[in-house]
Design a protein around this ligand. Structure first.
Ligand SMILES: NC(=O)c1ccc[n+]([C@@H]2O[C@H](COP(=O)([O-])OP(=O)(O)OC[C@H]3O[C@@H](n4cnc5c(N)ncnc54)[C@H](OP(=O)(O)O)[C@@H]3O)[C@@H](O)[C@H]2O)c1
Length: 294
């Protein structure tokens, strides 16, 4: 689906990072971009950028981990923009806790945001798209939706669910002209590393990566296959292309991710062994960051 002046893009997590970049790119195509997140001040800034780029922003301050807010987001979008051509389920947050340290409250919060919101928003947008038999639903998952990382099992489980959600949805839409696509980024320089539940997951990864070099030497293994971080603009460009591509395979934002996930599917143990220096480094880092709980 080509994004142009006639398009209405409903975009969650629009106040920073990948979502803010994508909002401005859609704005540059002249689209109406419905910007959804909790921070009103940050949404106002992104709205100015969308307007400056040539688009029409609509701001809805909402917490999509609440079903009532999701209902209000879709109702307000219809009232103010008339329809939804593209839904981008982008809002997401990680957690930083071992399985035994993950509280019920944290688990519910991570699942509500990263999984339940997909159903609450998509379920309400689909009747609109089905009525005219066109539309695109993009869900931003993660490579953590395909493989594991330590100390954020709630997030890893949630992103695996986001991948599964899209697979189920795409099958349901087989007889329609509505496309469902999942995008799996690896590291992107955004606020994700600090906007974590628990201590910042970014710190855990950085300390783990540093320690991984020592573990690789000790284990006489190659360094784990880590990707270079990319910018939010680069990730958003891939998402924009995915929207315009229509029906597609799972989409990766980083070179090498597709091949890595094929390898995970073929032999998960071998891939976990390849990641062992990083995982051991993160175990050391977690003990350092949360000494009272380990
Ligand atoms: N950065 C990475 O390395 C990376 C890698 C793989 C996948 N991802 C995924 O990419 C997506 C975008 O993340 P990002 O990297 O751009 O991080 P980010 O800069 O932290 O952006 C996250 C966005 O989600 C919004 N959000 C968080 N909780 C929300 C809630 N309860 N209700 C509504 N909006 C909420 C945030 O806005 P407010 O705080 O204003 O609500 C923000 O706009 C996420 O799904 C993330 O899991 C990121």
């Amino acid at each position: 689906m080509i994004i142009d002046r006639s398009s209405v893009v409903l975009l969650t997590g629009a106040s920073s990072g990948i979502g803010a970049s994508l909002a401005v790119m859609c704005g540059a195509r002249g689209a109406t971009v419905v910007l959804v997140a909790r921070r009103a001040d940050r949404l106002a800034t992104v709205a100015d950028e969308v307007r400056a780029a040539g688009g029409t922003p609509v701001v809805i301050v909402a917490d999509v981990s609440s079903e009532a807010d999701c209902e209000r987001v879709v109702r307000t979008t219809i009232e103010q923009a008339g329809t939804v051509d593209v839904l981008v389920n982008n809002a997401g947050r990680g957690n930083c806790a071992s399985v035994e340290d993950t509280t019920t409250e944290q688990l519910q919060s991570i699942m509500s945001l990263n999984v339940n919101a997909l159903f609450w928003l998509t379920g309400r947008v689909l009747p609109i798209m089905k009525a005219r038999n066109s539309g695109s639903i993009i869900t931003v998952a993660s490579v953590a939706g395909k493989m594991g990382f330590p100390f954020n099992a709630a997030y890893v489980a949630a992103k695996h669910a986001a991948v599964g959600f899209t697979a189920g949805l795409r099958a349901e839409l087989m007889a329609t002209n509505i496309h469902a696509t999942v995008v799996c980024p690896d590291g992107v320089t955004t606020e994700w590393g600090t906007a974590t539940e628990g201590s910042p997951i970014g710190d855990l990864f950085m300390k783990g990566i540093r320690a991984s070099k020592r573990y690789a030497q000790q284990l006489e293994r190659p360094l784990p296959p880590l990707k270079r971080m990319i910018s939010a603009d680069d990730a958003a460009s891939v998402i924009l292309s995915a929207i315009e591509a229509g029906r597609s395979n799972d989409v990766y934002t980083h070179d090498g991710s597709y091949e890595q996930m094929l390898a995970v599917a073929a032999d998960r143990m071998a891939q976990e062994d390849a990641m062992a220096p990083l995982y051991l480094g993160m175990i050391e880092a977690y003990q350092e960051l949360t000494p009272q709980r380990t």
